[in-house]
Design a protein around this ligand. Structure first.
Ligand code: MN
Length: 300
């Protein structure tokens, strides 16, 4: 089943299921709004979704505005260096087994079709296409064997990143730096997964999820040994090789087989000079022909 968060014509936050472009609104089956998104209330309730669907009203696609599948996760956990080819291209001496995980600000989420806003004109920003796991039930210290039972489903995610020496939590937490969606696909619909990431239609990243250094069960188990996970929490599994800079006007797409196609545009409107000094520090990303633009920018 494919679930989505959306706003209706009255700008109310809703959750629904989508099939053949028809949306079924599940929101009215949920307990009253307590400041938590309908999606999180739906996940926390452990409902029989097929039973709810029988009586769910239909909503025309054109009367909705799509939102990030989980608009308000209590946290977004992310895996650094979790593919060997990406480790090599970044000249990293270590990978996830030495680095652990990091946090992205929940306020950085962005919906499918949204606009990634680059904050600075004198820094490099890269796309990182990733598979994201969405947690379905309270999870602490879960074993690898039991981890899959705690996953509700999967979605496409872009871990937008400023390169440099600042802390990852800064470089990856700017508003709009975590596009997600369009849908949250239940785990039962997903098999072996393959990921493609394109910028302006040109393929930059292509990988099998089977190539993860720490596969999903191990990643979820590990994260849950560090911090308690709640329904709707998001875990980004890491990016394959092929990261590269993005610029004003670019279209970035992440596609994962069985999960969907996420598409956003990039804007550098109102970008300012970066106030921090990490530009020439940190892991060294692969060179890219379009970087000339950034070099020129910094001489202004
Ligand atoms: Mn990443």
């Amino acid at each position: 089943m494919k679930l989505l968060s959306f706003k209706d014509r009255a700008e109310r936050d809703r959750v629904g299921a989508i099939e053949d472009e028809v949306i079924r609104d599940l929101t009215d089956f949920l307990p009253p709004d307590d400041g938590v998104s309908p999606m999180r209330r739906l996940l926390a309730g452990g409902y029989d979704l097929h039973a709810l669907l029988r009586d769910a009203p239909r909503v025309a696609r054109g009367e909705t505005t799509i939102q990030p599948p989980v608009p308000d996760p209590t946290k977004i956990v992310a895996a650094p260096v979790n593919y060997r080819a990406h480790q090599a291209e970044m000249n990293e001496s270590t990978h996830i087994a030495a680095l652990g995980v990091f946090l992205k600000a929940p306020s950085s989420v962005l919906a499918d079709g949204g606009e990634v806003r680059l904050p600075y004109h004198d820094r490099r920003f890269d796309q990182e296409g990733e598979l994201a796991v969405v947690i379905g039930k309270p999870t602490a210290h879960v074993s690898e064997d039991d981890a899959l039972e705690h996953i509700f489903g999967y979605t496409c995610l872009l871990d937008m990143t400023m390169r440099g020496g600042e802390d990852r939590s800064v470089r990856k937490s700017f508003d709009t730096f975590t596009p997600m969606g369009p849908y949250l696909v239940t785990a039962d619909e997903v098999g072996d997964m393959e990921l493609w990431c394109r910028v302006n239609g040109a393929l930059r990243q292509h990988a099998q999820l089977a190539d993860l250094i720490w596969p999903v069960p191990r990643l979820v188990s590990y994260v849950s040994s560090v911090m308690r996970l709640h329904p709707g929490d998001v875990i980004a599994t890491g990016t394959p090789a092929g990261v590269g800079p993005v610029f004003d006007g670019d279209i970035v797409q992440v596609e994962i087989s069985g999960v969907g196609l996420l598409s956003v545009r990039v804007s550098a409107r109102d970008a300012v000079r970066c106030p921090t000094l990490g530009r020439d520090r940190g892991p060294t990303p692969p060179p890219h022909p379009s970087l000339q633009t950034i070099i020129l920018d910094s001489r202004e």
